[in-house]
Design a protein around this ligand. Structure first.
Ligand code: GN1
Ligand code: MG
Length: 358
């Protein structure tokens, strides 16, 4: 099935009759998405999965199937979890003649996804959805999941990759980045702490989402309440502090990832509090004391780690994160580092808030 033949999805998938309309949906950077309407009025999301980023599509789809079925044991509302529509031969996805991988989900009615919070309540709801996910998955054996991107949040390895890119300096960009490198290298020990705690078993390996930004949550368009979490491709074994930390990094900053003035990125107190309240209202009781105490460090680590990833990509010629102009990944890096510096200053206060509220 080539992209221009998506209406033929009815040949492979169990849909409500013929496809009568197909519309491309923009937004995602990784997969291609179309909304389909079938003859009987049922609506679906058809996606072509990016098999350059995700090498093990069988493992990825089995993960999503296992996780969504597990969630439905606790909450059978069809709007509260993604539902895979299988192929006519009972498979979770279909491979076309060109090797492209396709899958279908039921379309969730009356939902919206926000790129930015309109108010702190939106962040509360978004974080509550990820907290609920954490709570519902707490009794699921994380080690039965496939690892869809190996070493995704292995911070020490991200530092190693940066050092290799510095050494190679393939594009002679090193001369522009000395301040950024000094900052990142100065964070190395602190940013590796969670990885070490995990290795020593001081925090548990759990089922984590790994891409906990607000736009990956569907909210009810009328009530603004969270319906379900989306983009389950990076669901893998991981640490809750990174899910929380990535949500803070992405959602509670005063600046977006591409700030006009990167040096101005700060943590917003009101956004941080709303996000923390939302997340912990759902899973606070499931987290251990060590996890709760490490949440601010998770936010710091995610900012530094992503800063290091952007810088690595800048030095390596923008191979991973698409760049609209040559220094875009350097600008993205600078925003993350300014945010990391501000989080580091406020970690004690953040910890006090987290612990006093519970
Ligand atoms: C990538 O493409 P998107 O927005 O889903 C990246 C995340 C980063 C994010 C930063 C698989 O996510 O880790 O936090 O960009 N995802 C992958 O914008 O690398
Ligand atoms: Mg994603």
């Amino acid at each position: 099935m080539a992209d221009n033949r998506v209406i033929e999805a009815d040949k492979c998938f169990c849909l409500g009759g013929r496809v009568v309309s197909a519309e491309a949906i923009s937004g995602g950077h990784i997969n291609k998405t179309y909304k389909l309407t079938a003859e009987n009025g049922s609506e679906y999301l058809l996606q072509r999965i990016n098999d350059y980023v995700f090498r093990d599509i069988d493992g990825l789809m089995s993960n999503i199937s296992a996780v969504t079925e597990h969630i439905r044991k606790y909450d059978s509302d069809a709007r509260h979890s993604l539902t895979i529509v299988k192929t006519k031969s009972g498979k979770l996805f279909e491979r076309d003649e060109q090797g492209g991988c396709w899958r279908v989900f039921r379309f969730i009615q009356g939902g919206i996804c926000l790129e930015k919070p309109r108010c702190p309540d939106d962040l509360f709801e978004g974080a509550a959805a990820f907290g609920r996910f954490q709570r519902q998955m707490a009794d699921f054996h994380a080690d039965t999941l496939s690892v869809t991107i190996p070493d995704f949040h292995n911070t020490p390895l991200r530092f190693k990759a940066l050092k290799a890119a510095v050494k190679a300096d393939e594009f002679s960009r090193l001369r522009n980045v000395s301040a950024e490198l000094d900052f990142i290298y100065g964070c190395e020990e602190l940013a590796a702490k969670i990885a070490h705690m995990g290795k020593r078993g001081e925090i548990p390996l759990r089922v984590t989402h790994n891409d906990t930004k607000l736009s990956n949550v569907m909210l009810d368009e009328k009530t603004g309440r969270a319906l379900c979490v989306l983009d389950l491709d990076t669901v893998m074994p991981g640490y809750s502090v990174f899910d929380y930390g990535d949500a803070v990094r992405a959602g509670a900053s005063t600046q977006g990832e591409l700030a006009a003035d990167a040096s101005k990125a700060r943590i917003s107190r009101s956004m941080f509090e709303a996000l923390t309240d939302g997340y912990l209202s759902e899973c606070g009781e499931k987290l251990t004391r060590a996890e709760l105490e490490s949440l601010p460090l998770g936010a710091f680590t995610m900012s530094v780690e992503l800063g290091a990833r952007f810088l690595t990509d800048y030095l390596s010629g923008d191979r991973y994160f698409c760049a609209d102009y040559p220094a875009q990944n350097l600008d993205r890096c600078r925003t993350q580092l300014a945010l990391a510096a501000d989080i580091r200053k406020h970690m004690d206060e953040m910890r006090a808030y987290i612990l006093s509220e519970r």
